[in-house]
Design a binder for this molecule. Structure first.
Ligand code: LLP
Length: 460
């Protein structure tokens, strides 16, 4: 899983025309229009399998079980939920909406987890009704809220989300375990701190994370499954996982010492990084699974506690590389940057409404002309969208053939994760369809929105 940002079914013919899983891009554009998200089913399934097998194998070697949850926030549709479930994964949801998709797909409640730092009463009630396998509670307030919605006869299975102080991943907004952010209960921060001249709390008080665990144990309507830690996203340096896992295992041992309760499960979250650009190296599931397994085995050994069951929640690593976005070029404009240089602005028929990641995180992408061959030398181009602001950039810098022109098909690689799932209707642009390809056939998973869809919401 290194080197190229394209899915494994991506192939360029001698005529320069690209096909994905045997369907050429001209056929895709003619059948489904552009822009369109194109999802390579076999590639997605094989990434799901690779993660599951890699972790099962590595954790079996240390004598521990492991479950892999697909993080649906990266992209969720009924078909994708079914595919990952067929590949032996469970489904992690973060809202009532994602839960609804998983249930519509027929995923058994027991194989679904529900996250969220501010779940509504309605979301909690629906999760309990569906019999979800776990609710990951995020605050002390929420622990009572979930307990109040459950009953002693049917206790709600919960994990407590904690933060370990480990900060990892591509961008501050997507790194979730450092202290000054909204998720989880802190292990690292003591419960006493200075506020001006005041000292609040006491040095002897439990950490917020420990308080959360004790609170769950104090409510008979809750069953404490374990502890959850997610440290960030698009992580390419795996050491953060090991440091966080050690912190969580230590907390587990401390809880056992205090209460005699040794929780059964630890979830290490998602965040496994992928390649967005040619030459970038994704995390290798076999490697990372082995490293994490041997590190947790030695942590548990040092702590003198038996190993728990583990779970992980990859999203991007399963669906990101399986997807690309197919666009049609509309205009090409040379723009003088300074006295010595010109940049070629290539406008496509989508933009920040179908891929907000460059504008939001400064994310970098790779694009290629996919509909024909060109022997022309390349020029430095910027791929921009059709929205009314200059930050509407999809690819900041990429070399494209100098004869790039209106009507060319252009594809942007590795847009499967957080593309459609974060898409908007900015400028009343309808969201593109998600089309899957497999064995020479294409199929619409999520249809294109229409202006009528948008107007149907407008009450006049
Ligand atoms: N588990 C939890 C609790 C999470 O919060 C997340 C992502 C995941 C799993 C999956 O992480 P992944 O394996 O996909 O990195 N919109 C941002 C990413 C936000 C990630 C939020 N949480 C982006 O486009 O980069």
């Amino acid at each position: 899983m290194t080197g190229e940002p394209w899915s494994t079914g991506f192939a360029r013919g001698a005529d320069g025309v690209v096909s994905v899983a045997g369907v050429d891009v001209h056929t895709l554009a003619a059948t489904h229009g552009t822009p369109a998200y194109v999802l390579d089913e076999a590639d997605l399934r094989s990434r799901a399998r690779s993660y599951r097998r890699a972790f099962e194998t590595a954790f079996a070697e240390i004598g521990a079980g492991v479950d892999v949850y697909y993080a649906g926030k990266a992209f969720l549709s009924v078909a994708v939920a079914r595919w990952v479930h067929e590949e032996g994964l469970r489904v992690d949801t973060a809202t009532g909406g994602e839960l609804a998709v998983a249930l519509r797909a027929g995923i058994p409640g027991a194989d679904i987890g529900l996250h969220g730092n501010n779940k509504s009463d309605d979301e909690i009630a629906r999760a309990l009704e569906a019999g979800v396998g776990r609710i990951i509670v995020d605050s002390l307030v929420e622990i009572d809220r979930v307990a109040d919605a459950a009953s002693v006869d049917h206790p709600a299975p919960v994990m407590v989300r904690v933060t370990t102080g480990v900060h990892a991943g591509g961008h501050e907004y997507i790194s979730t375990a450092h202290e000054d952010q909204k998720f989880g209960l802190s292990i690292a921060v003591p419960s006493h701190f200075h506020y001006g001249d005041l000292v609040l709390g006491s040095a002897e008080a439990d950490s917020p994370a420990m308080q959360g665990l004790l609170k769950v144990l104090s409510r008979p309507e809750l069953k404490l499954l374990g502890i959850h830690s997610h440290i960030g996203s698009q992580i390419l340096d795996p050491s953060g996982f090991e440091v966080a896992a050690r912190a969580v295992l230590t907390l587990r041992a401390e809880l056992a010492k205090k209460t005699g309760v040794l929780v059964e499960e630890i979830d290490l979250g998602g965040g496994y990084g992928i390649a967005y650009l040619p030459g970038e190296v994704a995390l290798d599931p076999d490697r990372i699974a082995k490293d994490i397994a041997s590190s947790v085995a030695s942590s548990a050994h040092d702590l003198g506690t038996p190993l728990p069951r583990f779970s992980i929640e990859p999203g991007r690593a399963i669906v990101g590389p399986a997807g690309m976005t197919l666009y049609t070029v509309g205009t090409v404009k040379p723009v003088r940057v300074d006295k010595a240089s010109v940049r070629t602005y290539v406008s496509i028929d989508g933009g920040m409404s179908d891929n907000i990641r460059p504008a939001l995180y400064g994310a970098q992408y790779h694009a290629e002309l996919v509909g024909r061959l060109s022997d022309e030398p390349t020029v430095l181009a910027r791929v921009v969208g059709k929205h009314c602001e200059s930050g509407d950039i999809v690819v900041h810098e990429v070399q494209v053939p100098s004869d790039v022109r209106a009507g060319d098909l252009l594809a942007v690689a590795a847009t499967g994760a957080y593309g459609r799932s974060m898409a908007s209707n900015y400028n009343h642009v309808p969201r593109p369809p998600v089309v899957s390809v497999a064995d020479g056939q294409s199929r619409v998973l999520v249809r294109r929105e229409t202006e009528d869809d948008l107007l149907a919401l407008d009450q006049g």
